[in-house]
Design a binder for this molecule. Structure first.
Ligand SMILES: Cc1cc2nc3c(=O)[nH]c(=O)nc-3n(C[C@H](O)[C@H](O)[C@H](O)COP(=O)(O)O)c2cc1C
Length: 315
C-alpha cells in the first residue's frame, strides 16, 4: 500500500505469518527505468519471501524491463496494478483507468510474461465509472488470462475515476462480493483472490469457501497481530500465540542492521506502534514510543525497552 507499507512493515509481518504472500506497494515501471538507485526502490530482506512486486505502468516495454529486473532481484511474482484509482495515477494513464483498455492490459501482460519466467498476476477492480457490468469484468479477466495472467486479485468495488478521490474510492462504492463470486462461477478456471473489507482471519476463511485466495490490505496494516492465527487456520500449521513483545524482540537485530546503514529507528517503529492496541496502557505505550523513536538519535535499545515494558505487562 503506497505511502503506508514498506519493507520494514513486511519484515514485521513475517514474524506474524511465515506463509502469507506479501505484496510490495505499487512501484511505477518508469521509476525503475529511470532510477540510478534500484537498491532503494527494490531491495527487500530475504525473510520477506514469498513476495510479489507490484508494478504500475502502461508501457509494455517498460513493464517488461521492470519485470526482468524484478526477477533478477529475486522477487517471486509480478503483480500488475490495474486497480489504483488515484487521480495522479490516472493522469499517467495507469492503475484502474487501464480497465477501459483491456487490449493494452493484455499487451502489457504479454510483454511481462515474455520478459520473465515469474508468474504475472493482476490486481484490479470490478469496474470503473460506467464500464461496470458483469460481462465487461468477465471479458477483462478472460483477455488478461489469455495474455498470460495467472491470478486475479479483485478489489470487489468499482472505482469512480470521475468524482471520487483515492480514499473515497476505498469506502464509498459498495463492496460487491457477489459480483466476484458470479465471475468465479462463470469462469471457474480463473484463479481469483478476493479483496476488500476482509477484516478478520474468519472473513478470509469464509471467502476461501468461494474464492482461491483472500487479500487483506488495511486490516493487516492497522491490526497486524490479529493475523497471527492465519498460518494455523489457513495453512494448517501448529497454532501459536505471538506476543507483541516477541515480535519486537525478533526485530531487534534487523533494526540494528538498519541503523548501521544510516536508517532511522522511526522507519521501523512507525509500523511497530500498531502491534499494541486494545489493552490498558496501549495509548500511553504508543505515545511514548512515537515521541522517542522519531528522534534522529533513537537507538535500537529503545525498542528493547519498549519490549521490556510490554513483557512486564505480560503482553
Ligand atoms: C494508503 C493505501 C495505499 C494503497 N496502495 C495500494 C497499492 O500500492 N497497490 C494496491 O494494489 N492497492 C493499494 N491500496 C488498496 C489496498 O490494497 C486494497 O485493495 C484496499 O484497501 C481494499 O482492501 P482492504 O479493505 O483489505 O483494505 C492501498 C490502500 C491504502 C489504504
Amino acid at each position: 500500500m503506497m505511502d503506508c507499507t514498506d519493507r520494514h512493515f513486511r519484515v514485521m509481518m513475517r514474524h506474524i505469518s511465515h506463509r502469507a504472500l506479501l505484496y510490495t506497494e505499487m512501484i511505477v515501471a518508469k521509476a525503475i527505468h529511470h532510477s540510478n538507485n534500484l537498491k532503494k526502490i527494490l531491495d527487500f530482506s530475504p525473510i520477506e519471501h514469498p513476495i510479489a512486486l507490484q508494478l504500475g505502468g502502461d508501457d509494455p516495454l517498460l513493464l517488461a524491463e521492470a519485470s526482468q529486473i524484478a526477477e533478477e532481484w529475486g522477487y517471486d511474482e509480478i503483480n500488475f496494478n490495474v486497480g489504483c484509482p488515484s487521480p495522479k495515477v490516472k493522469a499517467g494513464n495507469f492503475g484502474a483507468c487501464l480497465m477501459a483498455d483491456p487490449n493494452l492490459v493484455a499487451r502489457c501482460i504479454q510483454a511481462m510474461k515474455k520478459a520473465t519466467s515469474l508468474e504475472v498476476t493482476v490486481k484490479h477492480r470490478i469496474g470503473i465509472d460506467d464500464l461496470d457490468s458483469d460481462e465487461l469484468l468477465k471479458a477483462f479477466c478472460q483477455s488478461a488470462s489469455e495474455a498470460g495472467a495467472s491470478r486475479f486479485a479483485i478489489h470487489a468495488r468499482k472505482a469512480w475515476l470521475e468524482g471520487l478521490n483515492a480514499k473515497e474510492n476505498r469506502t464509498i462504492p459498495p463492496l460487491q462480493y457477489e459480483r466476484v463470486a458470479l465471475l468465479k462461477e462463470k469462469c471457474p478456471e480463473l484463479i481469483i483472490e478476493l479483496n476488500g473489507g476482509l477484516n478478520t482471519p474468519n472473513d478470509c476463511i469464509k471467502a476461501l469457501k468461494t474464492f482461491d485466495g483472500a487479500m487483506v490490505g488495511r486490516s493487516a496494516y492497522e491490526h497486524p497481530l490479529r493475523w497471527q492465527t492465519i498460518d494455523a487456520l489457513i495453512f494448517g500449521e501448529k497454532p501459536k500465540c505471538i506476543k507483541a513483545s516477541e515480535v519486537i524482540r525478533e526485530l531487534l537485530p534487523y533494526s540494528q542492521i538498519h541503523l548501521d546503514k544510516d536508517g532511522r529507528l522511526w522507519d521501523i517503529c512507525r509500523h511497530v506502534l500498531h502491534l499494541v492496541e486494545g489493552v490498558p496502557g496501549a495509548k500511553k505505550w504508543r505515545h511514548n514510543l512515537q515521541v522517542k523513536a522519531q528522534k534522529t538519535s533513537a537507538e535500537s535499545s529503545l525498542l528493547e525497552e519498549a519490549a521490556k515494558q510490554l513483557e512486564d505487562e505480560g503482553l
